[in-house]
Design a binder for this molecule. Structure first.
Ligand code: TXA
Ligand code: MG
Length: 365
C-alpha cells in the first residue's frame, strides 16, 4: 500500500494547511485506516479502538504479537466512558493532575472495547495526550484511538516522522508529520484499580510526581510481585526498544564512569567492532582529547575504525537524555556500528525510565 504523507506546519498546528492535514488523517481513522501521529512522548500508530478490523491492521503493520495490549487515546474526558467501565477516586485525582499528558491509566475495560485491544485482559490502558496535533486529531476523529508506538515490534520507538517511515513505510495508510516529539520516552503506565498505585512501566511522569498526588501507596510492579523473577507484564521481559547493534551498558558514577566507558570502547574496538558511543556532553570532549586524534563532529578516528560519537546531551539533565535517547540509538544504527557503548543514568526522576528502556534494549532476549 502507499503511505500518504500529511504535514503539519512546524509550530503552527492551527494554520489552514495544518488543519487540512489533520482533518484528512481523522477521516482515514474514521474510515478504519491506520495513521501514525505525533504525541508528546513518541509517535503512535493509531486506529479506531472500537473497530476490531482496524485494530488488527496495527498488529499486522507492526508485526506485534497479540498478547501485547494497546493504549487507547482520547481527546476529551467525555470519551472516557466509551472505553472504561468506571473511574475510581484515585484515578480521577491522577487525571486531574496529569491529563492531558504522558500518563496512561489502567482501568476496568468497557465491554465495547474489542478484546484484541487489551489482549484479552479485563483492564484497558487509557491516555489523553497533551500534544496539540494529537489532541486536534483525536477531537476531529471523534473516536477513541488505539495506538502503540509507531515502530516494528521490539524496535526503537520513533520520535519523528522519518523514524516512522523507516519502520512502517508501505505498511500503513498515512503518517501525520508534526516534527520532533517533546519528551522522547513513553508515558508512565499505572494501575489504580486497587488501593495501591502500581507502576507497570516507568515513564515521563515520575514516581515522585505520582506520590505527590496519590493518597494510596505508590510502587513499581516488580516490588509488588517479588522482584525481577516475577512473571512479566505484557510487553515486558522481552528484548524491546532495541537497536540493531549490540548494546553495551556501563554502570557507575562520574568521574569513574567516563573512564569505564573508555575501557569498553577500547576493548570493543580492539576486538574489531565498529563502535558507537552514546556520549553525554562533556564526556565527548574527554573521549576525543584522550586520543589526541583528528576528529570531525560525526566521529573521530582511533585505532583501526572510526568511533561514532553521538552527542547525547547534558548528563545532569535526565529529560534531555530522554529526549535524545531513541534518536541517538537510531543515528548510531544508521552509521553502521556493530556495538553501542552507553552509560546508564542514575535511577532518579525521568532517569528511571531511561534506564528501564536501556536495560530492556540490552537484555538480549
Ligand atoms: O507514550 C506512550 O505510551 C506511547 C504513545 C504513542 O502514547 N505509546 C506506547 O504504546 O508506548 P506501546 O504499545 O508501545 O506500549 C504500551 C505498553 C504495553 O506494552 C504494556 O506494557 C502496557 O503499555 N499496557 C497497555 N495496555 C495494558 C493493559 N491493558 N494491561 C497491562 N499493560 C498494558
Ligand atoms: Mg512500544
Amino acid at each position: 500500500m502507499e503511505t500518504l504523507r500529511l504535514t503539519v506546519e512546524a509550530g503552527n498546528p492551527e494554520s489552514r494547511a495544518s488543519r487540512r492535514a489533520i482533518a484528512r488523517a481523522a477521516e482515514i481513522l474514521r474510515a478504519g485506516g491506520t495513521v501514525a501521529f505525533p504525541t508528546e512522548t513518541v509517535y503512535g500508530l493509531g486506529a479506531n479502538a472500537l473497530d476490531a478490523t482496524a485494530v488488527a491492521k496495527i498488529f499486522a503493520a507492526k508485526e506485534r504479537p497479540g498478547w501485547d495490549p494497546l493504549i487507547v487515546h482520547i481527546g476529551e474526558r467525555a470519551m472516557l466512558l466509551q472505553v472504561a467501565a468506571g473511574v475510581n477516586e484515585e484515578a480521577g485525582r491522577l487525571m486531574d493532575a496529569f491529563w492531558p499528558g504522558p500518563l496512561t491509566l489502567l482501568l476496568q475495560r468497557h465491554p465495547g472495547v474489542p478484546e484484541l485491544v487489551t489482549a484479552g485482559l479485563e483492564k484497558v490502558g487509557l491516555r489523553m495526550p497533551a500534544h496539540p496535533v494529537a489532541h486536534a486529531l483525536l477531537v476531529a476523529a471523534g473516536v477513541p484511538v488505539a495506538a502503540p508506538s509507531a515502530n516494528r515490534f521490539g524496535r526503537i520507538s520513533p520520535t519523528n516522522a522519518f523514524h516512522v517511515a523507516e519502520d512502517l513505510e508501505g505498511r500503513i495508510d498515512a503518517i501525520l508529520d508534526g516534527g520532533d516529539t517533546t519528551h522522547g520516552v513513553e508515558s508512565t503506565v499505572v494501575d489504580v484499580r486497587e488501593r495501591e498505585c502500581v507502576i507497570y512501566r516507568p515513564g515521563i511522569v515520575t514516581l515522585e510526581q505520582l506520590r505527590s498526588v496519590c493518597r494510596g501507596e505508590v510502587m513499581f510492579r516488580t516490588e509488588l510481585e517479588g522482584g525481577e523473577s516475577a512473571a512479566p507484564a505484557p510487553g515486558m521481559g522481552v528484548r524491546h526498544y532495541a537497536p540493531q547493534a549490540r548494546l553495551v551498558l556501563v554502570e557507575g558514577i562520574q568521574p569513574g564512569l567516563e573512564a569505564a566507558l573508555m575501557v569498553e570502547v577500547n576493548r570493543l574496538e580492539e576486538a574489531g567492532e565498529v563502535v558507537g558511543v552514546m556520549a553525554p556532553e562533556g564526556f565527548t570532549a574527554a573521549l576525543m582529547l584522550m586520543r589526541k586524534k583528528p576528529f570531525d563532529l560525526r566521529g573521530f578516528t582511533m585505532g583501526y575504525n572510526t568511533v561514532h560519537v553521538y552527542d547525547w546531551g547534558s548528563w545532569a539533565k535526565p529529560d534531555e537524555l530522554a529526549h535524545k535517547l531513541y534518536a541517538g540509538l537510531r543515528w548510531l544504527d544508521a552509521a553502521g556500528v556493530t556495538a553501542i557503548v552507553c552509560p546508564l543514568p542514575e535511577p532518579v526522576g525521568i532517569g528511571v525510565a531511561v534506564r528501564d528502556r536501556l536495560l530492556r534494549a540490552g537484555s538480549g532476549k
